[in-house]
Design a protein around this ligand. Structure first.
Ligand SMILES: [Cu+2]
Length: 289
């Protein structure tokens, strides 16, 4: 019996090098480069600025008094969550773009090649696998969050959440909404057909709308409630909300419907149950029991 100690033949190929740097080692080396530090700082600044901008956007949005319903609160929460989970990815992408635009990789005069090769990110398994996992997880989260919130909002708006499981347990009120060039009219079939051109609703009570149009397509938009639905001639669409805040909020037409579309707006007054009952009586309606 002999021990084979011959060197590898040409068919067997050369020996595996044992001093190949690990991905983590490559990554640490990359971090030491000057532009890497700059890119990381740029990423942090852009991400933080983006998060600050979302606060500012929602602050401006709420200057007219919102959110005034559970639906609008869910929408604002979704705006924050979607913007924040995307902030780091957006930060790193914009950082690289911006850094490239300002020539941060090192200016090369004339048509000379840069004398230094770029970093070996392509061959770094941590970087490539990490990127794939990060982006996939982000996309999956956005889909799941969107579907869950959409179901939540529709349950509130369409009354598939029973009145006693809404944020309150009040009896619901139905309002028939009619759009026409260029006014909104509201009729209360439950209250002896009271009609008005300014919507009045009691707080913490589910309001359900049957929406239609007398002429062209309009869109019934209750801004601070986060509710918007088309008003189509010859058809009825349904939506709803439960006001969670007292005050006066905006109703607009959100579908270009002719010359005075921009002025097709009115208001919704959210009042207490007692004020609502008095208002109904004053307008010749039947008092709610
Ligand atoms: Cu309109």
């Amino acid at each position: 019996m002999t021990i084979d100690q011959r060197p590898p033949t040409a068919e067997e190929g050369p020996e595996e090098p044992t001093n190949r740097p690990t991905p983590m080692h490559l990554f640490r080396n990359w971090l030491k480069r000057r532009y890497a530090k700059r890119l990381i700082w740029l990423t942090l600044i852009i991400s933080a600025g983006w998060i600050a901008a979302t606060f500012l956007a929602v602050y401006f949005m709420n200057m007219s008094g919102g959110p005034a319903s559970a639906i609008m609160s869910e929408i604002e929460l979704t705006m924050y969550v979607l913007a924040w989970v995307c902030a780091p990815l957006m930060g790193v992408t914009l950082a690289i773009a911006l850094y490239s635009m300002i020539g941060g990789w090192g200016r090369v005069k004339g048509d000379k090649q840069p004398d230094q090769d770029g970093p070996g990110i392509r061959n770094n398994s941590i970087a490539t696998i990490g990127w794939a996992v990060w982006v996939s997880a982000l996309a999956a989260f956005l889909v799941v969050w969107g579907l869950v919130e959409l179901a939540n909002i529709q349950a509130f708006a369409n009354g598939s959440v029973a009145a006693n499981q809404q944020p309150n347990s009040q009896q619901s009120i139905t309002v028939n909404v009619t759009g026409q060039q260029w006014v909104w009219t509201f009729a209360y079939p439950d209250q002896n057909k009271v009609t008005t051109d300014v919507l009045v609703v009691p707080i913490n009570t589910p309001i359900y709308f049957n929406v239609t149009s007398k002429d062209v397509v309009h869109s019934f938009w209750v801004v601070e409630m986060g509710v918007k639905i088309d008003a189509n001639p010859g058809a009825i669409t349904n939506t709803g909300f439960t006001a969670t805040k007292l005050g006066t909020f905006n109703i607009r037409c959100a579908e270009l419907c002719g010359l005075h579309h921009a002025y097709m707006e009115t208001q919704v007054k959210v009042v207490t149950q007692d004020e609502y009952n008095s208002w109904v009586r004053e307008n010749g309606g039947v008092r709610l029991s």
